[in-house]
Design a protein around this ligand. Structure first.
Ligand code: B12
Length: 216
């Protein structure tokens, strides 16, 4: 039954029916499914299909916007559930996260931020289209030991490098580890721009963040 429900939620996301997505997620929570199982088994699956359909020309921008809206509403329901499962008082680490300048893709970045918060990190989410200086000043103000930079466009990836350079210039690079992610971002790219780590999804981002903070 849970597999069918997850498939139904994924399908509602693809079909662009946010009300059905929200209803499905509510039902899954009530049935006792773990929030992570709902995210990984339904929402991420659905968004991946939407991306494939867009890439193949079957879907257009309005489809993406409606599906992204469904994903956002579903995450708003799941965030408190994720947080409720974590009762740590002292933060594991302090992370400043955002999508780089020129890029408005929000979903993956927010998912990573939510998962980090659910795993005990203090998360400062700067949102999307974040100027380089905003990352630098928030790292300084929050005394962060980790920065997460998201980029979904090949044309905005270099913004990750710009932030790393600005942190170095500001004398903060020794204090923070930098992790990067987003669909076009690879380990090779991360190494090339001098990031400390790369993760391809939100679950591995938590593992990575935990390892990086332990090193700092
Ligand atoms: C939804 C979507 C949109 C929505 C975004 C809505 C929102 N509120 O976020 C809208 C419609 C606004 C949009 C706009 C555009 N988009 Co768009 N979009 C997508 C789509 C379909 C899904 C992205 C998504 O949310 N995925 C689901 C999440 C869960 O996955 P994710 O983002 O990859 O994140 C995971 C990992 O990457 C990783 N991760 C992400 N960030 C971070 C950060 C850190 C620190 C770490 C460790 C890990 C990590 O963990 C996440 C969770 O598992 C992708 C297709 C794709 N295959 O990615 C195209 C895609 C990214 N978009 C694309 C394009 C071209 C655009 C537009 C330029 C279209 C246009 N002509 O206007 C604009 C750009 C506007 C701008 N300036 O940013 C292209 C990019 C091509 C390229 N290589 O550059 C893609 C790949 C589609 C395609 N195949 O052509 N888009």
């Amino acid at each position: 039954m849970s597999t069918a429900l997850l498939a139904q939620i994924a399908a509602s996301l693809v079909e662009g029916d946010p009300d059905a997505t929200v209803a499905g997620v509510r039902e899954a929570i009530a049935a006792g499914l773990e929030p992570l199982a709902i995210i990984d088994g339904a929402l991420v699956v659905g968004m991946r299909t939407v991306g494939d359909k867009y890439a193949s020309g079957e879907f257009f921008l309005p489809n993406l916007i409606v599906s992204a809206n469904g994903m956002k509403q579903a995450m708003a329901l799941l965030e408190p559930e994720l947080k409720a499962r974590r009762q740590s008082l002292k933060p594991v680490g302090t992370v400043v996260i955002g999508t780089v300048r020129g890029d408005i893709h929000e979903i993956g970045k927010s998912l990573v931020g939510t998962m980090l918060a659910a795993n005990g990190f203090e998360v400062h989410d700067l949102g999307v289209d974040v100027p380089v200086d905003a990352f630098v000043s928030r790292v300084r103000e929050a005394g962060a030991n980790l920065v997460g930079l998201s980029a979904l466009l090949t044309t905005t990836m270099h913004g990750q490098k710009d932030v790393i350079e600005a942190l170095t210039k500001a004398g903060l690079r020794g204090q923070v580890k930098v992790m990067v992610g987003g669909a076009p971002v690879s380990r090779a790219w991360a190494d090339g721009i001098g990031a400390d780590g790369w993760a391809q999804d939100a679950v591995s981002a938590v593992d990575l963040a935990t390892r990086l903070v332990a090193q700092s």
